[in-house]
Design a protein around this ligand. Structure first.
Ligand code: NFS
Ligand code: SF4
Length: 647
């Protein structure tokens, strides 16, 4: 057995791993201990795209003096290491972009139903944002001329907008609206000149799948070009559509306080974990859980009330909009059940471990799947979401949890560990707090960057990975950046790591920041680490970066900004798609842990160095999170020097 203290820097997590070990319940760390990754696959140097393979083409070491140089292997079809590695990378981009764009399609379809009044319980909450979207999509806000001119109703605007957005998923030609309108002008021109402006949300993924089929695109620069187009269709397409429509439907986040870590579960309450990614059903579960009849029903079963807690990106969505507490990030999902206090875990799509079914069986927890696209063998029940009856479905789910409350088995152990957070830093909130008097600008932030109080901006995002001590890289990197006056934007599981350490509080400024950043945060009253939401909300970071460019004084493109991005504990394909849309948008982006292309030095060099000339952004890999932060700071300083704001 391993020592739990080596697996996480989060005390609540360590406590629960110990409980799992004592109870003999297997977790991801037990499996990781037994399974070593295949070194060839880890480097991307294994092709299993046709049945003549799998063909392995690991890099060969350079011969020592006097030895004969071994030849680099190629696949049976002649595919080189470059082609094989590039194809594998491309298919990760496909997987990630497909996840985001398919999530987005679901939200867009719901939006259409809401616009037509066919989704009871939902409504359009943010009219200001709806109008902004209407302007982007050329949907008129008024009709008639002259004296007859009058405003169009919210419903009519929303109906027309919904149709225009839904068309983009299957669009064959032209350009995605956000990609062609929202980035800085220079970026748009660059993409057009390179031929990487996405045409639609689905076509780029399909074309990339085709091009990486056996015997199609076998020139790595050309494969990467389509990766770029596909990733842009995610970041400036599907993900951005998700974020914006979710804001329209559920409200644009504004600062709100919350709590985070397993200690938010309550022994005397019915605990429901909302785990997954799409806020559509969780919004209704939130409503249902507050209804007096439901609360009464819970009390009849001997509970004091109903406690909802989020997990993974669903947590971020609920926390940002309603202050619903967060139980934990990706690696804590099994552990939440192991507390023995979770009466139901409700999952939809993405980042849900199949092992949840087994862990749930060891306790009383009901594992409820809610999306027909994502069933889990051994699930307790499947209650499929239907937006026409969402509130009834939500009530049914909450009742299932309540019915299960009396079935708890001892020993229940909830770690007494949680931390307060201040979250809700949407792009609009940051504009309000760090903008100037000029409408639509990030002037104050820019001014502080130019003046040197803020050295630069970093996005620290992405997953946990059981091969890296849980949360450790996120925290080490973030603290190093803060110490050097770099303000940090977080999303996804990284945001939760920061929250659990107390970094999402205004008090963290004096404790962790250099003097310049501390002063700015104290003056404005914000935490030095700004929680911007879930992983689809990385699109908010793109918008914030664009606003910095447009506010003036920091160059004319995102690649001119003193900014950098990182995912130090990444694991999912979504992280690769996100990383590549940041690179494609002009951001230096460094990943930790491992990188899936190291099987080809040539292709990796193209990603890490070659791309800078083409896109202004490039990838990097750095295993040491503090060194990675130093590299980000070096990049920030390079950009400051180029802007002439070096001091
Ligand atoms: Ni993002 Fe959110 Fe977490 Fe990684 Fe998974 S939950 S979408 S993929 S693991 S950050
Ligand atoms: Fe091997 Fe080529 Fe088939 Fe890949 S496509 S498995 S390299 S023969």
């Amino acid at each position: 057995a391993f020592d739990p203290a080596t697996k996480s820097v989060d005390p609540a997590t360590v406590e629960m791993i110990k409980k799992a070990q004592a109870a003999g319940v297997e977790t991801i760390w037990d499996r990781a201990d037994k399974m070593k990754p295949c070194p060839i696959g880890a480097e991307g140097a294994c092709c299993r795209i046709c049945s003549q393979g799998p063909c392995r083409v690991p890099p060969v070491k350079k011969a020592k003096e006097g030895e004969e140089q071994k030849k680099q292997a190629v696949g049976l079809c002649g595919a080189t290491a470059e082609t094989i590695v590039a194809r594998n990378f491309a298919r990760m981009v496909c997987g990630g972009a497909a996840a985001h764009n398919d999530h987005s399609r679901g939200v867009a379809k719901l939006f259409k139903e809401v616009a037509h009044g066919k989704a009871p319980g939902y409504k359009i909450k943010d009219i200001r944002k709806l109008k902004q979207l209407a302007r982007d999509y050329d949907v008129p806000l008024t009709e008639g001329e002259g004296d007859d001119k009058k405003s169009r109703s919210t419903e009519v605007i929303a109906q027309e907008l919904a149709d225009k957005i839904l068309v983009e998923f299957g669009q064959q030609d032209g350009e995605l609206v956000f990609a062609a309108k929202r980035p800085p002008k220079k970026r748009i021109e660059l993409w057009r000149n390179l031929g990487v402006m996405p045409r639609g949300c689905d076509i780029e993924i399909v074309e990339l799948m085709h091009r990486t089929h056996m015997g199609v695109d076998q020139e790595y620069h050309n494969i990467l070009k389509q990766c770029t187009r596909t990733a842009i269709s995610d970041g400036w397409g599907g993900s951005m559509i998700s974020t914006d429509l979710q804001d329209v439907l559920f409200g644009c986040p504004v600062p709100v306080s919350g709590e985070i870590n397993l200690g938010v579960l309550k022994e005397d309450h019915v605990n429901i974990i909302i785990h997954g990614h799409e806020p559509v059903l969780p919004e209704m579960i939130y409503v249902a859980s507050q209804e007096p009849e439901i609360v009464q029903y819970a009390q009849n079963k001997g509970a004091k009330g109903v406690q909802l807690a989020g997990m993974c990106c669903s947590a971020n969505e609920l926390l940002m909009r309603h202050g619903i507490p967060t139980a934990g990030n990706y690696l804590q999902q099994e552990l939440a059940i192991i507390t023995g206090a979770v009466d139901a875990m409700v999952v939809d799509v993405q980042c849900e471990m199949q092992s949840l079914a087994n862990v749930a069986k060891c306790y009383h927890t009901k594992l409820i799947t809610t999306d027909p696209r994502a069933r889990i063998e051994g699930e307790t029940m499947h209650i499929p979401m239907d937006e026409h009856h969402a509130i009834e479905i939500a009530r049914q789910i909450v009742r299932e949890a309540i019915d299960n409350f009396p079935n708890r088995r001892a020993p229940v152990l909830i770690p007494d560990i949680k931390y307060p957070t201040v979250v809700g830093f949407s792009y609009e909130t940051i504009q309000y707090l760090l903008g100037g008097s000029i409408r639509g600008s990030y002037y104050t932030l820019n001014d502080n960057i130019i003046g040197g109080r803020v050295r630069g901006v970093a996005g620290v995002v992405g997953c946990n990975n059981c091969r890296t001590p849980h949360d450790s890289a996120h925290l080490a990197m973030t603290k190093e950046l803060l110490k050097n006056d770099v303000i940090v934007l977080v999303t996804g599981c990284s945001a939760m790591a920061a929250g659990k350490e107390g970094l999402l509080t205004p008090e963290a400024a004096v404790k962790y920041c250099g003097p310049g950043l501390a002063e700015v945060c104290e003056t404005v009253g914000i935490p030095p680490v700004l929680h911007m939401g879930s992983c689809v909300d990385n699109s908010r970071i793109l918008m914030a970066a664009t606003a910095c460019v447009k506010a003036g004084g920091l160059g004319s493109d995102i690649s001119d900004l003193p900014a950098a991005g990182a995912a130090p504990e990444w694991m999912s394909e979504k992280a690769i798609s996100i990383g590549h849309y940041f690179v494609s948008s002009g951001v230096y982006t460094v990943f930790g842990g491992s990188f899936p292309t190291t099987g080809s030095a040539l292709f990796t060099d193209y990603l890490f160095r070659g791309l800078e000339e083409e896109l202004g952004g490039m990838w990097d890999l750095e295993l040491d999170p503090v060194l990675a932060a130093k590299k980000m700071i070096a990049h920030i300083d390079k950009k400051r020097a180029a802007l002439g704001i070096d001091k």
